[in-house]
Write a protein that binds this ligand. Structure first.
Ligand SMILES: *[C@@H]1O[C@H](CO)[C@@H](O)[C@H](O)[C@H]1NC(C)=O
Ligand SMILES: *[C@@H]1O[C@H](CO)[C@@H](O)[C@H](O)[C@H]1NC(C)=O
Length: 993
């Protein structure tokens, strides 16, 4: 810390900017930071309940009193961000209030900033979810007020991602505000007047995405002594004229001092804090006086302002050439031993559920759109849209909320999911029924399939409808829990297909949920399904055990429990994986097609969570990761970290089951047609009998020469190169936490490369995790954590997740591993990540009395598959004749040419359910026509004036061809025509396969 202060003084002396002519413009931004859940649930914050847990202004009163105070004086302004709260309040207002609010918004007194449903986290959130949650808020604002926010306002998330900045640019925002960045970088920027800059956030999309970014200093709080909230005790401004008013003079010198650290003649002061303005009158009475008396002095021009107004002033100073920022703002640290890299992995169950619900939501929205909506009284995707939006909040998916609040997010997701299942069942039934007389299938979605619980398939014969939400055919393995070994399955073409029946692992049978649901299954029946794009395929399973089916059963080798120490090998056509017979760990991997063989060792270990030491009393907790040493600890009876292994080999899949101890196990699988190795771990309840908090990791070790470098993704999108122990602005700074200080967010994938040998090892994740490469050739990801002490960041609870059984939480998750050349990896990682994120939806119905002849056994919503480099991001029903469509290019500019080439998609005749009449391009938020977007221009030291306009080729009739450059996302309002037999237009998809 000392070093930082010395540095600060040094920099201060040499780099202070001198003030420009004229009084300093002091922009008072009245705001409240309303967490969409944290210590209390969303509803408890809204209604102001449970003050004993968190004394916070009731959001209801905040909005009531702000609106009435604004109406009393036209000079007053207020800025509001969290639309999940605002929308709830808005629905409760009468027409008089609504009219008043309309006027306040039109006059600019009330400004919406950010405008998302919440202020999403930036480390653990997938780009699909960022766009969706921003979109529901922005569309609420545009449909009710006809305005669009112009600035990002991410003042509390714990570090900042480059994709978030790209998203803002694509939404048409001119600038963004952030606050939490590494403490050293913040000091350096403050003392060098570099808190404001152009952020070059996408190397693929280039300067048109650059975002002018302002970092709040010191944070989003008012100056010391100037909080006039009901929650504060600072003294009020007295009615004494400026020259004799000490408090006013104190304010002026604070402002002038702060002004010296900014390049233009403007500073922004955030007048507000968490849940402030429950009594807005108190704030405005004091600020009215402060403005009046401070301006008498003549050296400052204090005014009510808003973030966008501030930016307009800053932009008008055309003398400044702005510095350029590249990369992102991770990891986030507040002190030498306070690295906020624990939250990257905290609450892996909620993180996994949030990701899964995002996939359910996309499928649900697609089916709703294909169906032309569900009618006025039908079920809809709205609840799930809101719940998925809420859980992206920076105290939700991050795992930094209290346990009862985490439960509330899960409950909201579940309620939304239940309604979406009803949407999906209705649409699938309607698509499947050949005539009006076909009985509806009683479709149910087995939500506990991951732990092999599914009452329908455990019951007897069943139909399985597999829905594929990807815009290209899906082929993959599904594993279904069944009671008996004799299972036969028929595909949509009425052909019997191979089934591989395997005993359910003992590790699954002992999970508390398996026991609680009284699951009957003894076996998994694995089959390979092939499903058309944006469509379904129906499979029929008979479990009655009639002998003639058994020839289709591919018997696996009998469960083979290892006793001797010979090596074990499993293989498919892509990979051969060798396990060391003694330790049970992966030892070498061969990529057969690419003729690559490499030593790869994979093991699970744990870090011991710190409970403070003589350097610092910081504990490892929900926010902060702080291991008590850089050493990882082994599992196992003898602490040798060996795993007992058993092997199952079959034609469809082969697996090695590794058991480290009763609460740590893993299954390594190769599926017949998948070019990746699946590692499915089951961890928990983490044993805390020794009173030690434990943070479990999966580590891959190779001989790769990685030169301190590894790669992680930005919100599942562009790749960011990471250098171990490197801080951009300040290269001589030594990381004081060698492990936690090198942990970065991994939203969907991370990899290491040996460039000289042209090798890449990639790990794809099914949920966000923290990870790093702490020594050359290794890559590790943190998969579960359980800690016994609070980490003093406000949540006041240890991260000690407890399942329904009263015991600690069990986590089952997946990594997909790819070992290949650098070029081939670029392709496979994208395609596999897309599949992992959008795994097919499975619906089951008992076959009782159903005649297969009454049903269409497959359907595709597309007349042709999209090219591999295009991802169908959004297909959403807006109203009877309007669909929201987003397409994105899923490769980067520096990927191999074959994949990074511009893509193009002809929209006319693409969708089977409707005809396209008109296409209007929108900003990414879906709230404003692209042609109406005008972003401010800024000059940089590099000489450009940015952003340059987004020159996108128009999408016009009759073909409506959309072209996409690498990493581009385009959003369209599509006017469609469902007339004719649209819903019943079944294309013969066979031609395409
Ligand atoms: C509308 O609501 C406001 C605030 O709750 C209340 O003061 C006002 O009387 C209501 N007006 C009408 C016409 O109901
Ligand atoms: C952690 O949770 C367990 C229940 O799973 C409980 O018995 C234990 O007291 C908790 N420990 C702390 C420090 O909260």
């Amino acid at each position: 810390m000392n070093m930082v202060i010395i540095l600060a003084v040094f920099l201060c002396t040499f780099f202070s900017f001198s003030l420009q002519e004229g009084p300093l413009n002091v922009h008072l931004v009245c705001h409240t930071h309303d967490d969409v859940g944290w210590l209390k649930t969303i509803d408890d914050y809204y209604y102001g309940r449970k003050m004993e847990i968190h004394r916070a202004g009731a959001v209801e009163s905040i909005l009531d009193t702000v609106v009435s105070e604004l109406a009393q004086d036209q000079k007053r302004k207020f800025s509001y961000a969290e639309i999940a709260f605002f929308a709830k309040w808005w629905d409760a207002q009468n027409d008089t209030v609504k009219q008043m609010v309309h006027e306040l918004v039109q006059s600019g007194q009330l400004e919406f900033i950010n405008g998302g449903w919440c202020s999403n986290d930036e480390a653990t959130v997938h780009y699909n979810a960022i766009i969706d949650q921003m979109s529901i808020g922005l569309r609420f604002i545009s449909s009710n007020f006809g305005v669009q926010p112009l600035v990002g306002w991410q003042i509390d998330p714990f570090g900042h991602s480059s994709f978030q900045a790209t998203a803002y640019s694509l939404m048409g925002f001119s600038s963004g505000f952030i606050s939490r960045i590494d403490f050293v970088e913040k000091y350096v920027r403050y003392y060098t007047s570099e808190l404001e800059m152009m952020w070059q956030n996408s190397h693929s999309l280039g300067h048109s995405m650059d975002l002018f970014t302002s970092i709040l200093y010191p944070h989003y709080i008012p100056p010391p002594d100037f909080c006039f909230d009901e929650l504060c005790t600072d003294s009020p401004i007295k009615d004494i004229e400026g020259a004799h008013n000490n408090k006013v003079n104190e304010f002026i010198s604070y402002s002038l001092n702060k002004g010296r650290h900014f390049k233009t003649n403007n500073i922004l002061l955030t007048m507000g804090n968490d849940f402030n303005y429950g009594d807005a009158g108190k704030w405005y009475r004091n600020l009215d006086k402060l403005i009046k008396y401070a301006n008498e002095n003549g050296s400052v021009n204090v005014m009510y302002s808003t973030p966008s107004l501030y930016m307009k002033y800053v932009n008008q100073d055309n003398k400044v050439k702005w510095e350029v920022k590249k990369g992102d703002f991770f990891p986030y640290a507040t002190a030498p031993h306070h690295y906020w890299s624990g939250y990257l992995s905290s609450r892996p169950g909620l993180k996994g559920y949030a990701r899964k619900c995002n996939a359910h939501l996309q499928a649900c929205k697609q089916l709703e759109a294909i169906h032309n909506g569900m009618g006025d009284n039908g079920p809809s995707s709205v609840k799930l849209q809101h719940a998925v939006g809420e859980v992206q909040h920076h105290d939700a998916i991050t795992g930094t909320e209290k346990q009862h609040v985490a439960n509330d997010y899960a409950k909201r997701l579940h309620i939304g999911e239940v309604e979406c299942r009803s949407v999906m069942a209705t649409v699938l039934n309607d698509l499947a029924a050949k005539g009006a007389n076909a009985p509806k299938m009683n479709l149910s979605f087995c939500e506990y399939l991951n732990i092999s619980v599914c009452p329908v398939t455990e019951g007897g014969d069943f139909n399985m409808v597999v829905y594929n939400s990807l815009a290209r055919p899906y082929t993959g393995m599904v594993r279904i829990p069944v009671i008996k070994e004799d299972v036969s399955v028929t595909d949509p073409n009425n052909n019997k297909i191979p089934v591989q029946v395997m005993p359910i692992s003992p590790m699954t049978k002992r999970t508390p949920a398996f026991v609680r649901y009284n699951a009957q299954a003894q076996f998994h029946a694995a089959i390979e399904v092939t499903v058309p794009p944006l469509g379904y395929a129906m499979y029929t399973a008979s479990t009655t055990g009639s002998k003639q089916h058994s020839k289709f059963v591919t018997k696996s080798d009998p469960l083979h429990v290892k006793t001797k120490s010979e090596d074990v090998v499993i293989r498919n056509k892509f990979y051969q994986v060798k396990f060391d017979g003694k330790s049970g760990h992966i030892k070498t991997i061969t990529n057969i097609e690419s003729s690559i063989s490499s030593d790869v060792n994979q093991q699970l270990y744990w870090y011991c969570g710190s409970t403070g030491d003589k350097e610092d009393n910081q504990n490892s907790g929900a926010y902060v990761f702080r291991p008590n040493s850089s050493i990882v600890f082994p599992f196992g009876k003898d602490n040798n970290n060996n795993a007992n292994i058993s092997v199952i080999k079959g034609d469809l899949l082969s697996e090695v089951r590794q058991v480290y101890n009763p609460w740590v196990s893993q299954v390594v699988r190769l599926y017949k047609n998948k070019p990746s190795i699946e590692l499915e771990y089951t961890i928990g309840p983490i044993d805390i009998k020794d009173n030690l908090g434990k943070e479990v990791i999966s580590r891959f070790s190779t001989n790769f020469k990685t030169k301190s470098t590894f790669y992680t993704d930005s919100n599942g999108r562009e790749t960011i190169k990471r250098m171990r122990d490197y801080l951009p602005l300040y290269p001589f700074y030594k990381r004081t936490e060698p492990v936690a200080g090198n942990y970065y967010p991994i939203t969907s994938r991370a990899f290491i490369r040996d460039e000289d040998s042209n090798l890449q090892l990639t790990v794809l994740t099914d949920r966000a995790q923290g990870g790093s490469s702490l020594t050359d050739g290794t890559l590790e990801l943190m998969i579960h954590r359980r800690l016994l002490h609070d980490d003093s960041r406000g949540v006041f609870e240890p991260l000690n997740e407890t399942g329904e059984s009263g015991d600690g939480l069990v986590i089952r998750g997946k990594h997909l591993l790819i070992l290949d050349t650098i070029d081939e990896s670029a392709y496979t990682q994208r395609m596999m990540a897309e599949e992992l994120m959008m795994t097919p939806e499975l619906a089951f119905a008992p076959t009782d009395g159903l005649q297969l002849g009454d049903y269409n056994l497959k359907y595709s919503g597309l007349s042709t598959a999209l090219p591999d480099n295009v991802h169908l991001l959004t297909l959403e029903y807006l109203d009877k004749s309007t669909i929201l469509l987003r397409l994105d290019h899923q490769f980067e500019s520096d990927d191999p040419k074959e994949w990074s080439a511009p893509a193009s998609v002809k929209l006319s005749d693409l969708f089977v359910a409707f005809k396209i009449k008109e296409v209007t391009e929108l900003g990414l938020g879906g709230n404003v026509a692209l042609s109406d977007i005008k972003r401010l221009q800024w000059k940089t030291v590099e000489g450009q004036t940015v952003p340059s306009p987004m020159n996108l080729p128009p999408v016009t009739a009759p073909d409506f061809t959309v072209s996409l450059s690498p990493m581009m996302i385009r959003t369209f309002n599509v006017t469609v025509d469902f007339s004719g037999d649209a819903n019943l237009q079944y294309n013969s998809y066979d031609k395409m396969l």
